[in-house]
Design a protein. Structure first.
Length: 1001
């Protein structure tokens, strides 16, 4: 059924079609004219007569009296630019919609604007598309009309900046007819409606009252701005003209305005250089001679390899029989099961590796210099900006390849350098004596980064071992075997005795009620998931003296936290924290040194030897490093229990590294703790993500295995899964939307009352008692140099303003003193993180915080598992153009519920979100949060109630008269530029084997 707006639109077209032929008519006759002469003309599908007539009556465009219909059509009055000038030909009495002037009418006569009957919504979308694709055509002067402006426009865009709010600024558009024929200015409007400007012109031009511009005449249109908020406020001005000739069709000229209100800080944070997309150089095979380098000492300490680790190279996979298109596509499309388990994951892991190889090329460097290390002349130091932020990821023991820039004659000598040390923006490398002997200062090198394949090889081996050791009841549990529960004695952490869900989880784990199936601890934000895992480990250790426990997590920080909490009730001879030799010793908590595999005499971490490792009650390691335990020959079944914390953050093959080859398929107990509603693994390949590699083992079980899903009564089977319900972190206002969206409104607020209500009376809250702020900002997405990452300086200005207010009010009016460690700032893009950090250094007022460097600014991933008293979130996005890019590449907040959930659940006492509500409301998750803030009066910033998104603009564009018929349509061509990064030949070859089309255009 058509909307009222669509029906009115068609009704107005019908009135225009009727012209002055009908003043009053019976409803029946009007219906006949509508159906027989108007509806369906030129293939346009209009609403039925009843809908159209209802809309016309409702909006007072038609009346019905005594069975007769009266049309309320105002006559169109033509206004002349020169009011003293006589027309060159007599004017008809009714210029609005009379019969069309005959073809022989003189060119100078004033003819009515011809009605344009086109599908308006389709036309509107076309105009908007062409504005994006080839704006040059729409912004070009045409038809003899020239539009200039003050301030002067450049390329169709007028830009101006103000540094003080609430001061008027006027943009003047001068419209000049430089042609030889008269032109009608029939209409002008701003496509975007925002409450910061008004439109003015002396004659008040409308369609009902167009302006007649004779050759040489000009006219002025004013756009008056008053900016009440800092930010970027764009407007697209649309001017519609029609030649004064019989049968003429309208044409349009577009001008864009970009108004900015900025502080001096925004100027300092602006782009350092225009954005130029990075382009990967085409791969050219080169004959090379490889000269190996010198690895760090700990890298050469041998590990006794009892279980072989193969190479699992991509090339061998491409040549294997199962990679035929039919077989491979079948593997990816059919459900995962034990029969296809290893083959499918081999395929997905190779897809991921190929994409990783492509992506790492963007970090390659050219014409770089190295310097001798001051502490060791046998090492060379290379500057690598971004290495501290894992861009690229470089660890101790990794290798880089360098060649002299001047070498062009093949074969080219390539020197492998092993990483000995990673510093803030540099790496120290060990090369062969051959390079050191010829090295001189300022020698230029080309640098190629390499992929560390070790974690990938471990994952490949793990899925093979899972099949070999028949782990079907662990990975695809049927629930045929169950064990009765048992009561634990007194809890080590007495607080758990008051939490029924935590207490029950510990009891079930100790009893092994799910064996051989895993027991899942579903831990939403702030519910004490890690505390529950630690308590269960302590209780298992106490209840079963013969038990040996492997405790794992995806990251070193999560493993360190486990170890810190375990050592409260365990001695150093019971816990063994195993680190990889790539770990920086300086990053290890000093309290854990006596618990780990650090060898002071060798000044390095030593590989975990079988005999040493098996003496400990609890071994704590990352999942990847657990692969060394398999390689070292720890026998299957030695570990009676394997605990995996933050299990939702690891891909399934990574999780299986800690299981396959270590856990007994029948007697062992696997415990997975995590939250499938929070962030999952970080992957590069869209193909691998699409076909399930991004699904953790924990999430797969909860999605696809009935044992881990709620029954008909709405409850989980507690033998297999425990959902923790008590949130000990956040204020109820902060928790409300995530609770409703992701946790079925089951979470209960148990945070300390004083802590959670600390900022409920903060003077800068829009509403007292509601410690959530959404600050609306009209910002601008920007990029700089060759970085593809986005930043938004307008949002940074707002964040810094809130930080300053927090500093000024700390310790006053009942507020506590604040440390920089109490605050966290989350942003989805690396460049925004960099700019925020720069702003913290530039603002003098913030220097009063002595520990300002401890204020954490990072991505959502960096904050998972963490919390702060105050969390501030910058969403960055202010352009709908890039939203699909974010979705495709799994970045940003839009269309990513998990990222949204993590970002908004880190705060204990105060949550401040800064973003563009017009863009964010496109996503239903964000729309609910913003509407919640508006309803609870927690919204502040620019008034977006009248601001229009793209859909609104399309609706209003539908009222415009411009024709895109073949006789007047401008030529637009979509020129496809080269993509910023291309899949290399290996990727194309591999995709072709899967049956995907890989084309260069």
């Amino acid at each position: 059924m058509p909307s009222l707006k669509d029906s009115l639109e068609s009704g107005l077209d019908f009135i225009e079609f009727l012209g002055d032929r009908v003043s009053s008519i019976s409803k029946k006759e009007l219906k006949v004219i509508y159906n027989s002469k108007f509806r369906g003309r030129k293939g346009i599908k209009d609403p039925n007569f009843s809908n159209v007539f209802f809309a016309l009556v409702k909006f007072n465009k038609a009346q019905i009296r005594q069975g007769q219909v009266y049309i309320n059509a105002r006559p169109q009055v033509r206004v002349y630019c020169d009011q003293w000038r006589r027309p060159r030909a007599p004017q008809p009495q009714n210029l609005g919609s009379g019969p069309q002037t005959p073809a022989g009418t003189p060119a100078g006569s004033s003819t009515p604007v011809a009605p344009v009957l086109t599908p308006k919504k389709k036309l509107a979308s076309e105009i908007l598309r062409k504005l994006k694709v080839n704006r040059k055509e729409l912004t070009a002067d045409k038809g003899g009309i020239e539009i200039t402006s003050d301030p002067v426009e450049s390329g169709g865009k007028v830009q101006f900046t103000v540094d003080r709010l609430r001061e008027p600024f006027v943009v003047r558009f001068h419209i000049v007819n430089k042609g030889t024929d008269c032109i009608h200015l029939t209409y002008y409007t701003a496509l975007h409606r925002i409450r910061c400007f008004t439109l003015e012109d002396e004659r008040r031009v409308t369609r009902a009252s167009p302006l007649f511009l004779c050759p040489g005449e000009s006219y002025e249109v004013k756009v008056k701005y008053i900016l009440n908020h800092y930010g970027y406020f764009p407007a697209t001005m649309y001017f519609e003209f029609c030649p004064d000739l019989p049968g003429s069709v309208p044409f349009c000229i577009v001008r864009e305005i970009e108004a900015a209100a900025q502080t001096p800080l925004a100027v300092e944070l602006g782009p350092v250089a225009p954005y130029k997309p990075f382009r990967v150089a085409a791969y050219k095979p080169v004959d090379t001679i490889i000269v190996d380098g010198v690895p760090p000492d700990s890298s050469v300490v041998p590990l006794k390899m009892a279980v072989k680790l193969g190479d699992y190279k991509t090339n061998s996979m491409l040549n294997a029989p199962f990679t035929s298109a039919l077989t491979s596509r079948g593997l990816l499309s059919c459900p995962l099961k034990m029969k296809n388990y290893s083959h499918r994951f081999h395929l997905l892991l190779h897809l991921e590796e190929i994409q990783m190889e492509v992506d790492i090329r963007k970090y390659d460097l050219h014409n770089q210099t190295m310097t001798e290390d001051q502490g060791n002349k046998k090492l060379l130091k290379l500057r690598v900006p971004g290495v501290a932020e894992n861009r690229p990821s470089v660890l101790r023991g990794d290798c880089l390849r360098v060649s002299k820039s001047e070498d062009t004659v093949q074969p080219i000598t390539v020197y492998t350098g092993y990483v000995h040390r990673v510093e803030l923006d540099s790496v120290t490398l060990g090369f062969s004596k051959k390079l050191l002997q010829l090295f001189i200062s300022n020698m230029k090198f080309n640098v190629e980064f390499t992929l560390n394949r070790y974690p990938l090889k471990l994952q490949h081996r793990a899925v093979d071992l899972a099949v070999k050791h028949q782990l079907e009841e662990v990975l695809f549990p049927s629930g045929l075997y169950v064990t009765d529960t048992m009561n634990c004695t007194v809890m080590f952490n007495r607080q758990l005795e008051n939490n029924p869900e935590q207490h029950a989880a510990v009891q079930r784990i100790v009893a092994g009620s799910s064996k051989p199936a895993p027991h899942l601890v579903f831990g939403p934000p702030g519910t004490g998931k890690t505390i529950t895992v630690v308590e269960a480990i302590n209780q298992v250790s106490k209840a079963d003296p013969s038990a040996h426990i492997l405790a794992c997590a995806p990251s070193n920080s999560a493993c360190d936290l486990l170890c810190e909490r375990l050592k409260v009730n365990m001695d150093s001879h019971q816990i063994y924290r195993v680190y990889a030799n790539s770990r920086d010793p300086n990053s290890i908590p000093k309290s854990l040194l006596k618990y780990c595999n650090w060898d002071k005499s060798k000044d390095s971490f030593v590989p975990p030897q079988k005999e040493v490792t098996m003496k400990y009650k609890v071994v704590v390691t990352t999942m990847v490093t657990a692969g060394r335990l398999v390689s070292g020959g720890i026998p299957v079944g030695h570990f009676s229990h394997v605990f995996v914390d933050e299990g939702g953050q690891a891909v399934e093959p990574e999780c299986v590294i800690a299981i396959a080859g270590l856990l007994d398929a029948e007697k062992g107990q696997l415990v997975l703790a995590g939250d499938p509603k929070q962030l999952g693994p970080i992957l590069r390949s869209p193909f691998a993500i699409e076909h399930g590699l991004g699904l953790s083992l924990l999430e797969r079980l909860m999605r696809h295995n009935s044992l881990y899903q709620k029954n008909t009564d709405g409850h989980f089977d507690t033998r297999f899964v425990t959902k923790l319900l008590r949130n000990y972190r956040s204020h109820s206002a902060i928790l409300k939307i995530p609770n409703e969206l992701f946790y079925e409104n089951e979470l209960q607020v148990f945070a300390d009352q004083w802590e959670r209500e600390t900022y409920c009376n903060w003077e800068y809250l829009p509403k007292k008692g509601f410690p959530v702020i959404f600050h609306g900002v009209m910002g601008k997405d920007e990029r700089e140099a060759n970085s593809p990452s986005f930043f938004n300086v307008s949002e940074i200005e707002v964040l810094i303003d809130y930080l300053t207010k927090l500093m000024e009010t700390q310790g006053k009016k009942g507020l506590p003193k604040l440390s920089a460690t109490d605050i966290g700032i989350i942003a989805p893009y690396r460049k925004q993180v960099e700019k925020i950090r720069k702003a913290l250094r530039l603002v003098p007022a913030l220097s009063r915080w002595s520990d300002l460097k401890e204020l954490k600014v990072g991505s959502v991933e960096e904050f998972q598992g963490q919390e702060r008293k105050i969390i501030m979130v910058s969403t960055v996005r202010s352009s709908i153009n890039y939203v699909k890019m974010d979705t495709d590449f799994n970045i940003g907040f839009l269309s990513n519920e998990k990222r949204f959930n993590v970002a908004l659940t880190r705060a204990r006492s105060l949550l401040i979100v800064v973003g563009n509500p017009v863009i964010l409301k496109k996503d239903p998750t964000w729309e609910k949060f913003i509407s919640y803030c508006v309803k609870e009066k927690g919204y502040t910033g620019f008034d977006f109630s009248d601001a229009e998104g793209e859909d609104d603009i399309v609706s209003r564009l539908a009222t415009l008269k411009i024709s895109m018929d073949s006789e007047c349509e401008y030529s637009f061509s979509l020129s496809r530029t080269a993509t910023d990064s291309r899949l290399d030949s290996c990727m194309c070859l591999f995709l072709q084997t899967l049956g995907f089309i890989c084309c260069s255009q």
